[in-house]
Design a protein around this ligand. Structure first.
Ligand SMILES: [Zn+2]
Length: 243
């Protein structure tokens, strides 16, 4: 039996799913993998009101976008972040179908938007499966998905899996730096992400290395440098606490 989930995933999670019509609309999606088309609910990004912004996560009034960011085809179950749904390499269609096939009998019934916490997680893990096969910059796509998943696990109250997902995100960003040609203008944001994720998982050395890169990079914004400073101070406190 094919298992979509990593070992620590418990499965009996609850999330506060609130489908406020003010933030949702129905969109039509042609599926780039099976060629079918379907209608599904999607977030109206322009309506979102940010409350707390952060490099790893921004929180919004009344709605948690993380639960609604993955679009899934009802027919073949190809899944990706809504904004990237049609951006996959068309040469990879067959490979994605082959990847998905073993999981199809186990999946929950499809609905226009995720109807339960289980469906939210299922969509993320399907998107991770497809990202590995379908995108040229797969490392960055995977890193972004793991980052978001870490936030979803935090909301579901699973600190162990929150840290696990943060660790997977950190690894994927580090691999992206090795495998992809990343434009220097993106360094501050990626370095800050790696630094913050490393703080989360207690990887002090990597955290320090990458947070100082953000502080010294002429391309970093004031907000990014402040973010790095805050995280460095947090690290010092942790180290003192344990001394
Ligand atoms: Zn499809």
């Amino acid at each position: 039996m094919a298992n979509l989930y990593p070992g620590g995933h418990k499965g009996d999670y609850t999330l506060n799913l609130r489908e406020d019509p003010a933030y949702m609309s129905t969109g039509s999606f042609p599926c780039p993998v099976c060629g079918g088309s379907f209608r599904a609910l999607k977030l109206r990004d322009v309506k979102l009101i940010p409350l707390r912004t952060g490099e790893l996560r921004t929180q919004f009034k009344d709605v948690e976008p993380l639960y609604y960011e993955i679009t899934t085809c009802p027919n073949c179950r190809y899944s990706a972040q809504t904004a990237m749904f049609d951006k996959l390499l068309t040469s990879r269609r067959k490979m994605i179908l082959e990847k998905l096939t073993p999981y199809l009998p186990e999946l929950m019934p499809w609905s226009e938007s995720p109807a339960s916490a289980g469906a939210v997680f299922e969509r993320y893990y399907l998107a991770l499966l497809c990202a590995g096969a379908g995108f040229a910059d797969r490392e960055l796509v995977e890193a972004g998905l793991w980052c978001k998943l870490s936030g979803v696990y935090a909301d579901a109250g699973d600190a162990g899996m929150e840290a696990y997902a943060a660790g997977e995100a950190q690894k994927a960003y580090l691999t992206a730096f090795q495998n992809l040609r990343i434009q220097p203008v993106k360094f501050p944001s990626l370095n800050l992400r790696i630094g913050l994720l490393s703080v989360k998982i207690g990887d002090v050395k990597t955290a320090r290395d990458f947070l100082y890169k953000v502080k010294l990079d002429p391309n970093s914004t004031r907000v990014q440098k402040d973010g790095a400073d805050d995280a460095i101070n947090e690290l010092k406190e942790t180290v003192t606490d344990h001394a």
